[in-house]
Design a protein around this ligand. Structure first.
Ligand code: ASP
Ligand code: MG
Length: 401
């Protein structure tokens, strides 16, 4: 079996922790597997390096920034290789360039274009443990690039895909993906297996074990992902194809997003093209509109409600200024939360959504907006009830069992 293991910043946070990682990698190698390891910089290191660049310039040159930022991962990869050699293994560290990770040339947010695995495969064939510096690559023109914050996950998934690895294990300091945020509902349970699509919906709530971009890439490249804790031996969560999972619970998890705001436009003209005008203006400045609800028109007027990322609120206000004359009012509310129930099992069951509505009604929680997809029901509610709603819904679908 070929395994790619990625260790995040806290897992390689100091020299003792790097030794701990070396022991884990050694254990996998002793089982006879081929092992490629991808490491992050020590926790806090990338921020520190970024701080250095800001010392000299408000807008540091991006090419030079990448030279600086990529250093953090180079350090941990080489230290881990030394630790592994000390344990008696053949080990070698490679930078992104050394590992053949070719990106476009958008410095500090480069996209991986392809991976030339020749060298990696040669080293693996010679029984080396290969330790790759995450978060970086090289552009076609030979410049060092970085992949954007949190990018080591992407390095790991891309390598697993290119090498046809059997498994890509992402090690962090949490046990895996939970049915909801355990800080809100202590009865939340770790999920053993979940599909890519469910994970994407749950991650956007800040299940924060994985970048959405990494899950999307894993789905595209057909990589079996496991998120595990590097500080214990618990099983973790497998993220895989829907068809690989035998039994789907109707609801797999409850997601919470507190970072949205609601815009309500009252009495806008009900005529063809109005939605195109409003949402066109917003998309021109790259604002992602999430839920949209339009009421049935009356007397040639209609109401339009939608949600946007809270951080874009001021931008949105500026854009919508030009519509103020032609509508009755525009209200903004950032004290809202989006709670979502997520599960592929919903596809084949009815009554899932109404059960949620009833449960929230019993708690006297008003639902302001609803949207549904095949595997998700999202509801906008007042922010102050968000945590209560999460606990109620968690109990309603018996996710503690
Ligand atoms: N070290 C980089 C960061 O802090 C990349 C990573 O850890 O994934 O964003
Ligand atoms: Mg990370």
């Amino acid at each position: 079996m070929l395994v790619v293991q990625k260790y995040g910043g806290t897992s390689v946070g100091d020299c003792d922790r790097i030794s701990n990682v070396a022991n884990r990698v050694a254990e996998t190698k002793r089982k006879g597997h081929g092992v490629v390891v991808v490491v992050s910089a020590m926790s806090g290191e990338t921020d520190k390096l970024l701080g250095y660049t800001k010392h000299f310039s408000k807008i540091p040159n991006l090419r030079e920034s990448d030279m600086v930022l990529s250093a953090g991962e180079r350090v941990t990869s080489a230290l881990l290789a030394i630790a592994l050699e000390e344990l008696g293994f053949k080990a070698i560290s490679l930078s992104g360039r050394g590992a053949g990770i070719v990106t476009d040339n958008s410095h500090t947010k480069a996209r991986i274009q392809h991976i030339d695995t020749t060298k990696l495969n040669e080293l693996l064939a010679k029984d080396y443990i290969v330790v790759v510096a995450g978060f970086q690559g090289v552009s076609e023109s030979g410049e060092v690039t970085t992949l954007g914050r949190g990018g080591s996950d992407l390095s790991a998934v891309a390598l697993a895909g290119a090498l046809g690895a059997d498994l890509c294990e992402i090690y962090t300091d949490v046990d895996g993906v939970y049915t909801t945020d355990p800080r809100i509902e202590p009865k939340a349970k770790k999920i053993d297996k979940i599909s890519y699509d469910e994970m994407l919906e749950l991650a956007s709530m800040g299940a924060k074990v994985l970048l959405n971009r990494s899950v999307e890439m894993a789905k595209k490249l057909d990589v079996n992902l496991v998120t595990r804790n590097s500080f214990n031996n618990n099983e973790g969560t497998l993220i895989t194809k829907e068809t690989e999972i035998m039994e789907h619970p109707i609801v797999s998890g409850i997601a919470l997003d507190k970072n949205q705001a609601r815009v309500s436009i009252c009495n806008v003209e009900d005529r063809p093209g109005i939605a195109a005008e409003i949402f066109g203006a917003l998309s021109e400045v790259n604002i992602n509109v999430d839920m949209i609800v339009q009421t049935i028109g009356r007397d040639g007027k209609t109401d339009l409600d939608f949600t946007i990322p809270e951080v874009e609120l001021e931008n949105v206000k500026r854009v919508l200024k030009s519509f103020e004359g032609s509508v009755e009012s525009i209200d903004y509310d950032s004290d809202i939360a989006k709670v979502s129930i997520v599960g592929v099992g919903m596809k084949s069951h009815s009554g899932v959504a109404s059960k949620a509505f009833r449960a929230l009604a019993e708690d006297n929680i008003n639902i302001m907006m609803i949207s549904t997809s095949e595997i998700k029901v999202s509801m906008i509610i007042s922010l102050k009830y968000a945590e209560l709603a999460i606990r109620t819904l968690h109990a309603t679908y018996e996710l503690e069992k």
